[in-house]
Write a protein that binds this ligand. Structure first.
Ligand SMILES: Nc1nc2c(ncn2[C@@H]2O[C@H](COP(=O)(O)OP(=O)(O)OP(=O)(O)O)[C@@H](O)[C@H]2O)c(=O)[nH]1
Ligand SMILES: [Mg+2]
Length: 385
């Protein structure tokens, strides 16, 4: 089921501030991706505005001149939402909302909105609520400091601060409660996982929309939900996969990564992402047909470091090798590989859709696990070979 089939379609205008250290292609990609995020969140994109400036305006991010341009664009398009690719602080969000008279969201909020609509399991729902509550809390202090600014000075402790604490208190209580409930779910899961850890665990991680769930389906016939939208998967799904005689693994699909994945979400989804930290092997999946695949690979490894999974052995999987031009999958792989082969000579070209390269992938997994998984070295497992 597609999100915007069921949702009321809203019209949005995208805004992006490009800093001097950001290259033009990266900026264009980021804006394109923001459009896909908006679409996934059920918003129709009707216009965009880009501004080049080195230092963001403290009050509105884009400065008063561009705010006027944006007012015109909003009026012309009839948009009821403005989505900003850069992070907004509460002061900037407040001022922009006031000046434009429409809803203003930043990238983090759109991702949070998608996660909120996608979350199915109670664990995912709790994780999203935790991230949203933490986001709300991050938005309160600046509004209050603005209040103090107009009332009694930014650094003055006094009535403003106790008011601030009063407003924060329910959110802080809710955060503590959500963390407690998530910890309980996680400890139940850890006990269960330990008890049934009979096979090595291989975890599919990687950029959102790279084809991780399709790969799980191709390798395990899993019936995992696949969609050409960002963040189709939020819950982990695990299936047993037979790779070779006596060589079975548990293959787990999980939530995708994206550039500037909000820290709050990464923290909240720690228990879901923990499956990667505990895995014996990671399959880092990226879309080989994407022209700047090296950027996606960077994002994947940065996120893996952020969640503490950098020590887990990995194989890099270049999926969608069938989509290169009109050539055969084999030639397509050959066309893709040279671009990144210098950096990632061990990368495995596959197509989850056509099955190309999956046998080689299975063999590579067996080889890798033979050297790193203790489970396959146990006498009972060895005797099954
Ligand atoms: N051409 C082609 N398309 C593919 C391949 N693998 C997946 N896709 C398509 O890519 C889109 C995303 O696939 P998913 O399997 O949902 O991707 P994912 O990595 O699980 O995405 P998220 O769960 O959103 O992070 C779908 O439209 C798939 O049909 C492939 O090998 N070739
Ligand atoms: Mg998926």
């Amino acid at each position: 089921m597609k999100l915007h089939d069921t949702a009321h379609v809203e019209r949005a205008v995208l805004v992006q501030v490009v800093h001097a250290r950001m290259d033009a292609l990266e900026a264009a990609d980021s804006l394109l991706e923001l459009g896909r995020l908006a679409d996934t969140a059920g918003l129709e994109v009707d216009g965009q505005l880009t501004q080049h400036r080195d230092k963001p305006d403290g009050g509105t991010l884009i400065g008063s001149g561009k705010v006027e341009d944006l007012q015109t664009l909003v009026a012309e398009t009839g948009a009821n939402t403005v989505i900003v690719d850069n992070d907004l602080n509460a002061f900037q969000a407040y001022n922009l909302t006031k000046a434009l008279g429409v809803r203003v969201l930043d990238r983090t909020e759109v991702i949070l909105q998608i996660f909120a609509r996608r979350a199915r399991s109670s664990e995912a729902q709790l994780q999203v609520e935790l991230a949203k509550t933490q986001f709300l809390l991050s938005r309160i202090p600046v509004t209050e400091s603005q209040q103090r600014f107009t009332g009694g000075g930014a650094n003055v402790r006094g009535p403003g601060e106790s008011h601030l604490n009063l407003r924060n208190a329910p959110l802080r209580r809710r955060i503590a409660e959500l963390k407690k409930r998530l910890a309980a779910i996680q400890s139940r899961q850890t006990a269960r996982d330990r008890a049934k850890r009979e096979w090595p665990v291989v975890c599919l991680v990687g950029y959102t929309n790279a084809g991780k769930s399709t790969l799980l389906n191709a390798l395990a016939g899993a019936g995992a939900y696949v969609d050409d939208r960002l963040f189709a998967t939020l819950d982990t799904k695990t299936r047993k996969v037979w790779l070779a005689p006596g060589r079975e693994v548990l293959l787990t699909d999980t939530v995708g990564f994206i550039r500037n994945l909000p820290h709050g979400l990464v923290a909240s989804f720690r228990s879901t992402l923990d499956v990667a930290v505990q895995a014996d092997l990671l399959l880092v999946v990226v879309d080989a047909a994407y022209p700047r695949v090296a950027d996606h690979i960077d994002v994947c490894f940065r996120t893996l470091r952020e969640i503490g999974a950098e020590h887990v052995p990995h194989l890099l999987v270049l999926n969608k090798c069938d989509t290169q031009a009109t050539v055969s999958a084999k030639d397509a792989a050959a066309a893709t590989l040279p671009l990144i082969a210098g950096h990632y000579p061990q990368a495995l070209p596959v197509s989850a859709r056509t099955g190309y390269g999956l046998d080689l992938l299975k063999r590579a997994v067996v080889q890798e696990l033979q050297s790193c998984s203790t489970l396959w070295r146990l006498p009972s497992a060895t005797s099954r070979t």
